[in-house]
Design a protein. Structure first.
Length: 316
C-alpha cells in the first residue's frame, strides 16, 4: 500500500482528520513522535490494511512553510502550520487587552505571517469609538511601502448587524489565502466563521464526535474551506488568552514591533536594548504627556514589559 498525500484539517490531542486532494476525509494517527501533525500540515498517510478499520496512519509530515505557536514556561502549543495570514478579531465589547493584541501580532511577525486586525461591534457606538481610538497606533503604524503606507490593515466590522457587507469586505482580504482566526472570547469569532462558512458549527460537531468516539468535546483547531474550489480557508483555534512568547529572545522584539523597529537602526549602540542607553533613537520617539511621538506610550510600555518577561531565566 503506497502513502497518499493529504492536508490536516482538524486535530484533537494526537488524532487528526486528514483530507485528500479529492476531498475524502479520514481520521489518522501519527506513527511516532516525528509524524505528529498540526492543522495545516501536508502529510503522507497510509490507509489501514483490509479488515482493520478505516483509520489511517500518518507516515510523514512534509516540510512546513511556517508554524504559528505560543510558548509559556511549561509548554509549547502549536496553533497551525502553513498559514498566509492571521486575523485577530477583537470587539468594542468586551474591552480588549492591548497587551494580548500586541503579543499575537509579535508572534505573527516572528514567523513572517501577515496579520490583519478586525474590530467588531461597530453598532455599539460609544464603546466602538473608544476601542477604535485605542487602535490608533495600530491603524497608523507606518509601513515599508513609502510615506503614507500602513503596516497593518484594521477593519471595522459589525458582524451581527451588517453581515453581507462585512462578508464582502473580509473576502477581499481572505481570498486565496489560509487565514488563522484568533480572538478573545465574546468578540464574535463564531459569528465570523459561520458568516463565511455556513454550516461550520455543524461540521465542527461532527468532527469532534468522530475524533472523540462520540464524546461531546470540542476540537482544538479546525480548518474550513470558504469556497467550493478550496482555495480560501479559515482556521479556527482557541487559545488567545495566554499568549506566551517564550520562544522569542528579548532582542527579537524590536524587529517584531514595527513602530519600534523603524527607529532601532539609528541608536548609538548597535546592540541597544532601547531601555536606558544614551543616544537611543527609540526612546526619543516615545510620546510623553507633553509631546506627541511616533511610538505610543502604551506600545513602549508593552515593549518594556515583554523585554523583562523574556529576559527572565526559564523556570523548569
Ligand atoms: N452588538 C453586536 N454584537 C455582536 C456582533 N457580532 C457578534 N455579536 C454578539 O457577541 C456575542 C459573542 O459572539 P460569538 O460569535 O459567540 O463570539 P465568540 O468570539 O465566538 O465567543 P466564544 O464563543 O466565547 O469564543 C454574541 O452574543 C453575538 O451575538 C456585532 O457586530 N454587534
Ligand atoms: Zn535604542
Amino acid at each position: 500500500m503506497s502513502a497518499r498525500e493529504g492536508l490536516v484539517v482538524a486535530s484533537h490531542g494526537r488524532h487528526c482528520v486528514v483530507e485528500t486532494p479529492d476531498g475524502e476525509r479520514r481520521i489518522c494517527h501519527p506513527r511516532g513522535k516525528k509524524s505528529q501533525a498540526v492543522v495545516g500540515d501536508q502529510v503522507r498517510w497510509l490507509a489501514p490494511p483490509p479488515g482493520q478499520g478505516d483509520e489511517g496512519t500518518i507516515e510523514k509530515v512534509l516540510p512546513r512553510r511556517n508554524l504559528f505557536y505560543r510558548q509559556d514556561e511549561i509548554r509549547t502549543k502549536s496553533f497551525a502550520a502553513n498559514l498566509d495570514q492571521v486575523l485577530i478579531l477583537i470587539a468594542a465589547e468586551p474591552v480588549f487587552s492591548e497587551s494580548q493584541l500586541a503579543r499575537a501580532l509579535i508572534a505573527a511577525e516572528a514567523e513572517g505571517i501577515t496579520p490583519l486586525i478586525a474590530l467588531n461591534k461597530s453598532d455599539l457606538v460609544e464603546p466602538f469609538a473608544r476601542a477604535w481610538e485605542r487602535l490608533l497606533p495600530y491603524r497608523h503604524m507606518a509601513g515599508k511601502a513609502g510615506p503614507g503606507s500602513h503596516h497593518y490593515n484594521v477593519l471595522p466590522l459589525s458582524l451581527a448587524q451588517s453581515g453581507e457587507a462585512d462578508r464582502a469586505a473580509l473576502l477581499q482580504h481572505l481570498q486565496g489565502k489560509a487565514t488563522l482566526v484568533l480572538g478573545p472570547s465574546g468578540a464574535g469569532k463564531s459569528t465570523l466563521i459561520n458568516l463565511l462558512v455556513p454550516g461550520a458549527s455543524v461540521l465542527t460537531g461532527e468532527i469532534s464526535q468522530a475524533l472523540n468516539s462520540g464524546k461531546h468535546t470540542t476540537t482544538s483547531t479546525a480548518w474550513y474551506w470558504v469556497d467550493q474550489a478550496r482555495t480560501t480557508a479559515l482556521i479556527d483555534s482557541p487559545g488567545f488568552q495566554e499568549f506566551g512568547l517564550r520562544h522569542l529572545a528579548p532582542t527579537d522584539l524590536a524587529r517584531c514591533m514595527p513602530d519600534i523597529g523603524a527607529h532601532a537602526n539609528a541608536c548609538k549602540f548597535y546592540n541597544c536594548t532601547h531601555l536606558h542607553e544614551p543616544g537611543c533613537a527609540v526612546q526619543l520617539q516615545v510620546e510623553s504627556d507633553s509631546r506627541p511621538g511616533t511610538i505610543s506610550a502604551n506600545r513602549y510600555k508593552i515593549y518594556k514589559e515583554l523585554f523583562a518577561e523574556l529576559s527572565e531565566a526559564p523556570r523548569y
